[in-house]
Design a protein around this ligand. Structure first.
Ligand SMILES: [Zn+2]
Length: 342
């Protein structure tokens, strides 16, 4: 068992637009989120005469009001040159359009994350809804927990401002100069299609987005648009890229607190998923649906939304077992998938 030697050198700073300078020219901004996970960490990096902002928060008037104040006070009224967005999730990409329109900033993002955000913002058709409902039916999720998906329209759009139509593309291995320091783009997969982390070896800092968090394991799920996907393998694979980081690296994650101990944290995350794979493999000695698999992995009451997310996560483990040749998927007469260990 890897020891979880995660340390938090800084205490929490509150959620409502509070700012703390974590290193010279690097400011930690906490913003509220309207979820169980009630905050996100965003970053203000000094960049010559202005700032580079890393991730932007969810599109809500109160978050934009906090940003205005943060830029005026902690940002000393200097301009924002660019926003770097780690991935398309609305708590990260949410205000990128607002930044572009308000401050004329450029959006820096990977190609897949930009495409995904743009796609979700326009793809709110009935056919998409039907495909989603069909997916959860095949997982055997109860009709009452699927029902509310009907006529919800574009959920994503409610959490993002118009996503810029023009962007600067970040590639794996790119080195971005921010205030004379080189930040290397390291992409991660599984949580999002092409999630960008930024690593400054010289300063031993990693902006990890949602790819590496200190306590929660990042969500890795199978989605309705790609039911046979194996995102967990991609996620674990991409984690190995971070093994070369300096042992003393201070990780600046999008949720929870900054931490050191990233190499141990990676091993703990890997073990966590291996354990879950084993538990599911054992449980599926008697074939079961994805919904029954949720009860095996998550032994607690879940509301409809969390149940669907748990189903996505359970499927990511089932599909990884299939890819390893340790699980088989059959289709029942009613179209529901059934998973049995081999
Ligand atoms: Zn995310």
């Amino acid at each position: 068992m890897a020891a979880n030697a995660v340390h938090h050198p800084f205490a929490a700073i509150g959620n409502a637009g509070d700012v703390f300078e974590i290193a010279d020219g690097i400011r930690w901004v906490r913003m509220p989120l309207p979820f169980a996970l009630n905050h996100i960490n965003l970053w203000l990096l000094r960049d010559g005469e202005g700032w580079t902002v890393v991730d932007t928060g969810i599109a809500r008037p109160e978050v934009q009001a906090h940003w205005r104040r943060v830029l005026e006070e902690a940002g000393e009224g200097r301009p924002v040159h660019r926003t770097i967005v780690t991935h398309f999730h609305p708590d990260h990409l949410g205000n990128a359009g607002w930044f572009s329109e308000t401050y004329g900033t450029d959006l820096w993002i990977t190609h897949e994350e930009w495409l995904m955000g743009r796609l979700l913002a326009i793809d709110a058709t009935e056919a998409t809804e039907e495909a989603t409902v069909d997916f959860y039916r095949r997982c055997d999720v109860e009709p009452e927990n699927i029902f509310e998906l009907k006529n919800r329209g574009a959920e994503y759009n409610k959490m993002v401002t118009s996503i810029p139509r023009r962007f600067r593309r970040m590639y794996e291995g790119d080195r971005i100069d921010i205030d004379g320091f080189e930040w290397e783009v390291i992409t991660g997969f599984g949580h999002a299609p092409e999630h960008a982390c930024l690593y400054c070896e010289e300063r031993r800092l990693l902006l990890s987005g949602d790819q590496i968090l200190p306590r929660i394991t990042p969500f890795v799920g199978v989605h309705p648009m790609e039911p046979e996907a194996n995102p967990l393998a991609r996620f674990l694979d991409s984690l190995t890229k971070f093994r070369r980081l300096h042992r003393e690296t201070l990780v600046l994650p999008a949720h929870e607190l900054p931490f050191t101990g990233v190499l141990d944290r990676i091993e703990v995350m890997r073990e966590h998923h291996e354990e879950r794979l084993e538990v599911l493999h054992r449980a599926c000695a008697r074939p079961m649906t994805a919904r029954a698999g949720v009860d095996v992995l998550f032994r607690r009451e879940l509301d409809a939304q969390n149940l669907r997310l748990a189903t996505n996560e359970t499927l990511s483990h089932l599909n990884m077992l299939i890819a390893r040749g340790e699980m088989e998927r059959a289709v029942r007469g009613d179209g529901v998938w059934e998973f049995g260990s081999r």
